[in-house]
Write a protein that binds this ligand. Structure first.
Ligand SMILES: C[S@@+](CC[C@H](N)C(=O)[O-])C[C@H]1O[C@@H](n2cnc3c(N)ncnc32)[C@H](O)[C@@H]1O
Length: 277
């Protein structure tokens, strides 16, 4: 009797979607994982290398915050870390994912040693991370606040407030579904990574608009390496709820700005810990 391998499957919340159907039809050797696990991190990084979104807006905010160490929360493989280092400031780059940080270390190794030396890479949870000294600015870009549950978000904000020096600034971005987006049906698009690999991306909005799901199907790599499918869930945090959490954590909100998009927009929020800089 020959053993039969199970068909690959996305987690239960994808049941009934076109993405789940496509994945079920892939070879049983297909690796299905979270976006920030080792195989998913490779795919994320391949996209992130060419993605400059938010970078200029965040750099402007950080420059305006004045000199001093920058705490980069959820730094990942360094999409924003490298531009932050270009400001010639010390950067504490914190992320939970060992795989993403490995990719960041590889990128740092390609920088001039004096620039790489200004970055400290820390594997840690941004809800509990304690900085070795108060920082002038903290950054949580790429709408990564949306990866946290509400209790995690509140813990991260309290922790970040503690990590900032008086007068310090936190800059974060959050995702919103564009109010008058006409068509929120599941859609698929082909995306080319920096390596030239072509990925099939499924973009889904939860029926109650409380979040969005992304599924990325990697290319057929031939017999050498199994195929990868990675997925991520991004909460859509109502702006008033996020602003209330920021205020409850002790921040004063300085400004918000919308970074427009076709289906999703990002809101950039600049907040400050009271006190003299
Ligand atoms: C969308 S990626 C952003 C990475 C990077 N900032 C960029 O622009 O490409 C989100 C990152 O958040 C990290 N992450 C999620 N939850 C975290 C937590 N509780 N603590 C630290 N990092 C976390 C993931 O490992 C992932 O690297």
């Amino acid at each position: 009797m020959s053993a039969t391998s199970a068909a690959p499957a996305l987690p239960a919340q994808y049941a009934g979607t076109a993405a789940a159907q496509v994945v079920a039809g892939l070879p049983s050797t297909t690796v299905v994982c979270d976006m920030y696990e080792p195989r998913g991190a490779e795919i994320y990084h391949d996209f992130a290398l060419g993605d400059i979104s938010e970078a200029q807006d965040i750099l402007r905010e950080v420059r305006a915050a004045g000199p001093g160490t920058i705490l980069e929360l959820a730094a990942g493989s360094g999409r924003l870390t490298l531009p932050l280092l270009a400001l010639r400031r010390e950067v504490l780059a914190v992320d939970l994912s060992a795989s993403m940080l490995e990719l960041l270390r590889t990128r740092l190794a390609q920088l001039p040693p004096s620039a790489a030396a200004r970055c400290t890479v820390i594997q840690g949870d941004i809800t509990t991370y304690v900085a070795p000294r108060p920082v002038a600015a903290a950054v949580l870009g790429t709408t990564s606040v949306s990866l946290l549950t509400q209790p995690q978000r509140q813990a991260m904000l309290r922790r970040t407030w503690e990590n900032l020096a008086p007068g310090g600034t936190l800059v974060l971005t959050s995702t919103q579904i564009v109010e008058d987006a006409e068509d929120l049906a599941e859609r698929t698009l082909e995306v080319r990574g920096a390596s030239g690999a072509v990925y099939l991306m499924h973009d889904l909005v939860a029926p109650d608009r409380s979040g969005r799901y992304t599924v990325v199907i990697g290319p057929d790599n031939g017999p050498q390496r199994s195929r990868t499918v990675c997925h991520s869930y991004i909460r859509v945090v109502p702006l008033d709820e996020l602003l209330a959490d920021l205020t409850a954590a002790g921040f004063s909100v300085e400004h918000t700005a919308t970074l427009p998009g076709e289906r999703y927009a990002a809101t950039l929020i600049g907040v400050r810990k009271e006190g003299a800089r």
